[in-house]
Design a protein around this ligand. Structure first.
Ligand SMILES: [Zn+2]
Length: 209
């Protein structure tokens, strides 16, 4: 097995520069249990740099990524175990007070799901992805007919964030924490080309700044 050159070079750069600069913070972080200020559930997409966007330092954010940042429904027992394991640890053990669902523009997972749900024949021969994106069916059903294609995709990306938050309420331990004001749920949608972030404000998305 060959270690790619980019990996070695970038690691060495980080070790000799960033790590060196923040050595004390790394050392301190190893001396006590982690205490993140927020859990972020986002997409696997390589263009989402959540730690850069929100100025994350060592131990700040507990991250879970999956295709299209989905929190599956409680009824979907085949699909929900991985994401819910991460949430369960974050809330029950780490007692993280903020849970952020960070969706984004140009989401390949949402777009693929849109195409396949629109035209059942347009399905790739994937072994796993088709089943996973079927979690998006409810959000897809809410897309207004009179929107343009671009508006439909953006709506779908944002509706998926809303649906994921609705799904969180189906889990008793999460719902209880929300009702006791021990957990703050935040829905965010990030536009890659402009850096704009919108947050879910009641039922619609509003600019964060
Ligand atoms: Zn995505």
């Amino acid at each position: 097995m060959a270690i790619p050159k980019f990996l070695i070079e970038r690691y060495q750069f980080w070790k000799n520069n960033t790590f060196e600069d923040y050595k004390d913070i790394y050392h301190q972080a190893s001396q006590s249990p982690q205490k993140p200020i927020a859990m972020i559930i986002t997409c696997c997409d390589s263009r989402i740099l959540e730690n850069t966007i929100f100025g994350g330092s060592v131990g700040d954010y507990f991250i879970h990524r999956n295709i299209a940042n989905i929190v599956p429904s409680k009824n979907d027992k085949v699909q929900n175990i991985q994401t819910l394991s991460a949430i369960e640890y974050a809330l029950k053990v780490l007692k993280i007070p903020n849970l952020i669902i960070l969706g984004h523009s140009n989401c390949g997972g949402v777009e693929y799901s849109y195409k396949t749900l629109l035209d059942k024949k347009n399905i790739n021969d994937f072994e796993y992805i088709n089943q996973w994106v079927s979690c998006l069916q409810n959000s897809y059903d809410n897309i207004p007919n009179d929107f343009s294609e671009t508006e439909k995709i953006t709506f779908f990306e944002q509706e998926n964030i809303k649906q994921s938050i609705k799904n969180l309420h189906e889990y008793d331990f999460i719902d209880k924490l929300i009702n006791e004001n021990k957990l703050n749920i935040i829905g965010l949608w990030y536009q890659i080309n402009s850096g704009l972030i919108k947050f879910l404000d009641n039922d619609s998305f509003t600019d964060l700044d």
